[in-house]
Ligand binder design. Structure first.
Ligand code: 9D3
Length: 256
């Protein structure tokens, strides 16, 4: 897979992509990552990429010409037509399902906005407009890196165990179950006895139940989309009626 990033700040990408799994994925030829500074496609002497808004108002707006030129140059060079993603706070929310869809494509190109915004005509380049959530960042670079990270780890061969991606809690639609390692007791907090029992059937049931309970308490909206077995529904109902919803996990420092 080829992933390109059009940005005014290519230096931002060096750190995250030179570490761990993403680095190994590149070394093994599973993904190629390229940053392109669209300032290189500005045509005037000052290499201008932004200008004041028509109609007045504060801030500077990214101009269409350098971004159109940069996209056209890449399309010509790569020989393949990229799937173009515009990162914007007004975009559709990025989810695990979005990552799964994008991971099937051969060539992605992210256009990262910065500044106060971009000329509306730039939107016509995009196959999809995506946001990573409802908070204001300084630009689309971190969102593009977040999305690329989520996509790359789904590429065949990137994760050690091919089953890991399918077993992701979000792919199953549930939050992770609680996990423990040695010691069996730490500062008065004991590992649940069932995990020491060696009964793998019971452990599997317990983990699924814990994931269900945790999801019901912390992210009830996630459960709405899920197909639960009658036994699981019964289990949840019983526990939600009989347990104090705040008191089953080990408490967080600030209380939970
Ligand atoms: C929503 C605020 N806008 C009103 C004038 C201005 C604006 C602020 C910050 C426009 C762009 C940005 C930079 N953010 C992104 O480009 C961005 C983003 C984000 O801020 N949050 C979550 N996802 C994304 S994807 C791109």
């Amino acid at each position: 897979m080829l992933i390109q990033f059009l940005t005014l700040f290519p230096e931002m990408f060096a750190g995250p992509f030179s570490c761990s799994m993403i680095k190994r994925a590149q070394e093994r030829g599973l993904v190629t990552l390229e940053t392109i500074n669209f300032r290189d496609y500005a045509e005037d002497r000052h290499r201008t990429v932004d200008d004041t808004p028509y109609g007045g108002g504060p801030g500077m707006i990214l101009k269409p010409e350098p971004i159109f030129k940069a996209v056209e140059a890449q399309t010509a060079k790569a020989g393949s037509k990229p799937y173009i993603i515009l990162t914007t706070p007004q975009g559709e929310p990025f989810h695990q399902q979005t990552a799964a869809e994008l991971s099937k494509l051969p060539h992605l190109l992210f256009i990262c906005g910065h500044y106060e915004g971009f000329d509306e005509r730039i939107r016509t380049l995009a196959d999809r407009e995506l946001s990573i959530g409802d908070y204001v960042l300084t630009g689309g670079e971190l969102p593009a890196m977040v999305m690329a990270d989520a996509v790359i780890r789904l590429l065949p061969g990137v994760l050690g165990d091919p089953q890991s991606a399918e077993q992701d809690s979000f792919s199953r639609g549930l939050l992770d179950y609680p996990q423990y390692t040695k010691p069996a007791e730490f500062r008065g907090m004991a590992v649940p006895a069932i995990l020491l029992s060696g009964d793998h059937g019971k452990i599997e049931v317990w983990r699924r139940q814990q994931a269900l309970l945790r999801t019901a308490r912390r992210r009830p909206e996630l459960l709405a989309d899920l197909e639960l077995s009658p036994a699981e529904r019964e289990f949840l109902e019983k526990h939600q009626l009989t347990l104090d919803p705040e008191k089953k996990d080990l408490p967080m420092k600030g209380g939970n």
